[in-house]
Design a protein around this ligand. Structure first.
Ligand code: CP
Ligand code: NVA
Length: 322
C-alpha cells in the first residue's frame, strides 16, 4: 500500500508520547510472540507478503541490518540490502533521484546515512515510508529498543533516573527524548568539548516540562550517576568521526563507566548498565560490561522487536499508531 504522503520515522521527536508508548508495547508484544514460538499463528505474520523493503545503508551495521532482515522475514516480506558499494547513489546519482526510483518499486525504505539532512532529503523524495536506521543526529530504533529494555528490567518507568556518561551523540538525542516522554529523569555528563545538541535538548526540556521529569546536563560523570537506576554510554568515536580519534581519546579521559565510578558517584545499589553496541573497552570496563548489571545483550536482541514494531507501525499501518 502506497499512501500519497507517507509518514516517516525520522526521530523519536516526530512521535507523540502515546505513539512512542504504542511502539514500545507493540515491540513487547512481538517479543512475547517470538519468545513463546507463537508468531506463526498471528494475523500479522504475513502482512508484508509480496512487499519488498529496501535497506539503504551507507555505513556498517550488525544489529540494525540483522534485525531489519529478520523482522521483514517474520512479516513475510523481502529485504533488499543496498550497501554503498552496490548502487549508483553518491557516485553517479543524487539522493533525490535514488529515492524517487527506489520508492517507486518498494513498500518502504530503511536507511542508514551520514548527515541528518540526507534522511530528510531521502524521505522528502520518497513515496513510501522511510525508517531512519541511524543518522549523525538520531537513532530512533535504538531508543525504542532501549525503552523496552528498561521496561522489562524495571517494570515501571515513571520516576526512574537514567544517567548518560559519554558522548553527546545520535543515540543520546533520541534516548533522552524517549526518556522525557516516558517519565524517566535524565542526567547527562559529556566532556565540555562535546556539549549536548542545544536544539535537541530544548525539545527534550519542553517534553520534560509536560511529563514532569528532570533533565540535568553537565560535564561531571560522578554527579551524573548520583541515584541513577541505569547508567548508559556509547562509543566515544561514532562512525564518521574516525579522524578525531586521538583528540577524542584525550577529551574523554575519566569518562569510562566502571563500578568505581558508580560507587563513588552514588548510583543506586541496583543500577543497571546499557550500551547500544558496538562497544569498545574504552568507554566501559569489561567488569561492568559482562556483569549481571549489564542489559546489553537483551538490549541488542530487543532491536529485533523494535524493528518489527516500526515496520508494522509505519509500513503496514502507514503511520497510524493506535
Ligand atoms: N546499535 C546499533 O545500531 O548497532 P549496529 O551499528 O551494529 O547496527
Ligand atoms: N553513535 C554510534 C552508534 C552506533 C550504533 C555511531 O553513530 O557510530
Amino acid at each position: 500500500a502506497v499512501s500519497p504522503k507517507p509518514r516517516h520515522l525520522l526521530s523519536i521527536a516526530s512521535l507523540s508520547p502515546a505513539e512512542l508508548g504504542y511502539l514500545v508495547d507493540r515491540a513487547s508484544h512481538y517479543r512475547h510472540l517470538i519468545k513463546t514460538d507463537s508468531f506463526s499463528i498471528e494475523a500479522e505474520r504475513l502482512t508484508l507478503l509480496g512487499h519488498t523493503i529496501a535497506l539503504l545503508f551507507s555505513k556498517r551495521s550488525t544489529r540494525t541490518r540483522v534485525s531489519s532482515e529478520v523482522a521483514i522475514n517474520y512479516l513475510g516480506g523481502h529485504p533488499m540490502f543496498l550497501g554503498k558499494e552496490d548502487i549508483q547513489l553518491g557516485v553517479n546519482e543524487s539522493l533525490y533521484d535514488t529515492s524517487r526510483v527506489i520508492s517507486s518499486m518498494t513498500s518502504g525504505i530503511v536507511a542508514r546515512v551520514g548527515p541528518h539532512s540526507d534522511i530528510v532529503g531521502l524521505s522528502a523524495a520518497s513515496s513510501v515510508p522511510v525508517i531512519n536506521a541511524l543518522c549523525d543526529t538520531y537513532h530512533p530504533l535504538q531508543a525504542i529498543a532501549d525503552i523496552l529494555t528498561i521496561k522489562e528490567s524495571f517494570k515501571n518507568l515513571p520516576g526512574l533516573k537514567l544517567a548518560w556518561v559519554g558522548d553527546a551523540n545520535n543515540v543520546l538525542n533520541d534516548l533522552a527524548t524517549a526518556c522525557a516522554m516516558s517519565g524517566i529523569n535524565v542526567s547527562v555528563a559529556t566532556p565540555s568539548a562535546y556539549p549536548v545538541n542545544s536544539s535537541v535538548f530544548a525539545n527534550v526540556r519542553e517534553t520534560a516540562s509536560v511529563s514532569g521529569v528532570t533533565i540535568e546536563v553537565g560535564h561531571d560523570p560522578l554527579a551524573a550517576v548520583k541515584h541513577a537506576d541505569v547508567i548508559v554510554t556509547d562509543t566515544w568515536i561514532s562512525m564518521g568521526q574516525e579522524s578525531e580519534k586521538q583528540l577524542r581519546l584525550q577529551q574523554f579521559a575519566g569518562f569510562q563507566v566502571t563500578s568505581q565510578l558508580a560507587n563513588k558517584g552514588g548510583a543506586k545499589n541496583t543500577w543497571k548498565f546499557m550500551h547500544c553496541l558496538p562497544r569498545k573497552p574504552l568507554e566501559v570496563s569489561d567488569e561492568v560490561f559482562y556483569s549481571d548489571r549489564s542489559l546489553v545483550f537483551d538490549e541488542a536482541e530487543n532491536r529485533l522487536y523494535a524493528m518489527l514494531a516500526a515496520l508494522d507501525g509505519f509500513v503496514v499501518k502507514q503511520g497510524e499508531l493506535e
